[in-house]
Each structure stands twice: as structure tokens, then as C-alpha cells.
Design a protein around this ligand. Structure first.
Ligand code: ATP
Length: 350
């Protein structure tokens, strides 16, 4: 029997609630499958820890994480800590420290879920977000604070290595999908250096993948295409910031932020990859027991796939889809079910 060591980081807000549900479902799945088991270790890294002890990740924490097969992550963000402090304190050190440069965000309207679009059934996308550089490089500064001459800059750093590897990843993934279509999303009319390099490297990489049909779109036009012509999209690749925004739109179009999963992959497997729902800590519903755990279950399915358990991953998604189709929905989807009800229903379906 295979044993997988998983680091569970619930984080803030509804993060611990959905991770607890995810752990329960994964344990039930392992029991039902019989071919593998999980050993979860919980890490209490959160904004509360930061407020109490001055750090999210304790000294040596990243080193500790390296030993795990994968990281199962909830959410980070607190009303008591500025967002840029919490993001740079917990999520980004893991993504960037472990070179998880490929952020993969599948989007579909699950059975029984009603998205806002009349033609929502046409949505079957994967958003690929460059996850290691670009607008999130952290390069920049602020001078003359509080004076009329105050100035601030954030510099987006794009490297040939960083851009080429995300394009290759996107083409490889598009190759594996039935439609084999990839859309390059940039803003190379306005940003004439980094974005033009993105385009150029994409055209070079495209030559190695003649089986993939591709097109390109400016990021602003992409938002309207996602709403008006969803069937024309299969896989899209975009920068760290652009894809962050597009994937929130994609999540909303799929019915709820509570459904959308994401994988932060280190494709070369030199470091553990991290799996998380795309939603944040959602303070408005924290502690009420109504957080939708579906995004976390879908995330868990992506983690299984990464671990090499494709059959179990598909089985979990089938169970989740049976439950969404049956109408056991949390309030974000218009239902009255609690997190526990959805969790129990998925375990029963398994
Ligand atoms: P953060 O600042 O950490 O990103 P946030 O509260 O600003 O968090 P999100 O958590 O991403 O933003 O979500 C926005 C809203 O969507 C939430 O306030 C909540 O109402 C809803 N939402 C998000 N995730 C879920 C979920 N899993 N189940 C139900 N509703 C959700």
C-alpha cells in the first residue's frame, strides 16, 4: 500500500473548515480504494499565529514542508492583517520558494449548478497562470512617504526561462485535451516590453506543438469573450496578475467561488506542489458551517491526480458531481445544506 504524507495548512477564515472537510473525504476515499493511505500533518500557520508570534511560517518551516508529498492549503487573509502582509507571509513564500510556477485552474459548471450565463454549459476551460514572477515579483519600492512628491513602483519581471516554461506547460496540457486549443492572453499593445516578449516566446514554443491550435487575445477582450463566447475557449495561458483576475471571473461564471479549485505545481517535482481552493477566507461566513467544500474536494481530486492516483481522482470527482446534481447545495449555490451535509453526501456517494 502506498502512503502519502500531506501537509495540511488550513490558514484563515473558512480555510480550516474546508480543509477539515477535505481531509475527511480523502480519508474515506483511501479507505474505499484500499490501495493507498494518507498521513496528514496539520500546520497552524495563520494570521492568528502572525499576530501572536510575528510570523506565518516559523524559522525552518519551509524546510519542514519539503519532506511532504503535497501541501493541502485552505486560505489566507484576515481583517486584522493587511492583505499584502498575509499574502507575502504565507502563500507566496511557499509558491515561490518551491518554484510552483504553473498554477492550473480548471473551470466547469458542475451538474445541478446554475451559473449566471445562459450558455454556461459551454464552459470547459483551464486557466493557466504563471505563478513565479511577473507582477508578483515583489520588485519595486516607495519613497518620500507622506510627502507630495511620494512615489511608488511595482516592477513586473518577466524572464525568458519563466515565460518559456509556462508556455511549454500550457501547450503540453492543451495537447492532452480533446479540443487541443490554447489561447495566449497578454496586453502587448500597452505593455510593449514584457508582454511583447511573452508573445514572441509563445510563437517560438508553438512551433514545437503543431497539433495544438492556438489564438491570442488581449486580456480586456478576453473578459468579454469568456462571457459572450465561452465555447470558443479551451485552455488559456496568462501572466500571474492577468490570470488571477481571469480565473476569479471564470469561477463566478461556473456558479460560485466555492466550487473553483487550483493546483500550484512544480512540474519537475523537485519540491512538493500545493493544492488549494481559489476562494479566500470569506469572513462573512466563517464559523457558520456553511462554507462550500466542493472547491476543496475538486482541489483534492487534482492532488490525487498529481500523486499518480488518477482513478481515485476521477472517482472523487464523480462522487462530487453526483452530489451537486442531487441538489445538496450550500447557500452560495442557493441551497440550505451545511458544509457537513455536503461532506457526508460525498462520502456516501463514494
Ligand atoms: P480574501 O481576501 O482572503 O481573498 P475574501 O473574503 O475577500 O477573502 P473570497 O473569500 O475569495 O474573498 O470570497 C468572496 C465571497 O465569496 C465571500 O465573502 C463569500 O461570501 C463567497 N465565498 C467564497 N468562498 C466560498 C465558499 N467556499 N463557500 C461559500 N461562499 C464562498
Amino acid at each position: 500500500m502506498k502512503n502519502y504524507n500531506i501537509a495540511a495548512i488550513g490558514g484563515d477564515g473558512i480555510g480550516p473548515e474546508v480543509i477539515e472537510a477535505g481531509v475527511e473525504v480523502l480519508d474515506a476515499l483511501a479507505k474505499a480504494d484500499g490501495g493507498f493511505a494518507f498521513r496528514f500533518e496539520s500546520f497552524p500557520w495563520s494570521s492568528q499565529l502572525y499576530l501572536d508570534q510575528g510570523h506565518y511560517i516559523p524559522p525552518g518551516g519551509l524546510e519542514q514542508l519539503k519532506a511532504f508529498d503535497a501541501i493541502f492549503f485552505g486560505a489566507v487573509g484576515s481583517q486584522k492583517v493587511p492583505d499584502h502582509v498575509s499574502l507575502w507571509g504565507l502563500r507566496l513564500p511557499i509558491c515561490q520558494g518551491f518554484d510552483q510556477y504553473a498554477n492550473v485552474r480548471p473551470t466547469r459548471v458542475l451538474p445541478g449548478v446554475k451559473g449566471p450565463l445562459a450558455n454556461g454549459k459551454d464552459i470547459d476551460w483551464v486557466v493557466i497562470r504563471e505563478n513565479s514572477e511577473g507582477e508578483y515579483s515583489g520588485v519595486g519600492g516607495r519613497v518620500h512617504r507622506g510627502l507630495p512628491i511620494e512615489a511608488a513602483s511595482d516592477v513586473a519581471i518577466f524572464t525568458r526561462t519563466g515565460v518559456e516554461r509556462i508556455h511549454r506547460f500550457a501547450f503540453e496540457l492543451a495537447m492532452k485535451r480533446p479540443r487541443k486549443h490554447l489561447t495566449l492572453v497578454t496586453k502587448s499593445n500597452a505593455q510593449r516590453h514584457g508582454m511583447v516578449m511573452w508573445d514572441e516566446i509563445f510563437f517560438e514554443v508553438a512551433k514545437d506543438y503543431p497539433a495544438v491550435k492556438w489564438d491570442r487575445e488581449l486580456v480586456d477582450a478576453m473578459t468579454t469573450r469568456m462571457v459572450l463566447k465561452p465555447a470558443t475557449i479551451d485552455v488559456m495561458v496568462a501572466t500571474n496578475l492577468h490570470a488571477d483576475i481571469l480565473s476569479d471571473l471564470a469561477a463566478a461564471l461556473s456558479g460560485s467561488l466555492g466550487i473553483a479549485p487550483t493546483a500550484n505545481l512544480n512540474p519537475e517535482r523537485r519540491f512538493p506542489s500545493m493544492f488549494e481552493p481559489i476562494h479566500g477566507s470569506a469572513f462573512d461566513i466563517t464559523g457558520k458551517g456553511v462554507a462550500n467544500p466542493v472547491a476543496t474536494f475538486w482541489t483534492a481530486s487534482m492532488m490525487l491526480e498529481h500523486l499518480g492516483e488518477a482513478k481515485a481522482a476521477a472517482r472523487l470527482m464523480k462522487a462530487v458531481e453526483r452530489v451537486t446534481a442531487s441538489g445538496v447545495h450550500t447557500p452560495d449555490l442557493g441551497g440550505t445544506a451545511k458544509t457537513k451535509d455536503v461532506t457526508r453526501a460525498v462520502i456516501a456517494a463514494l
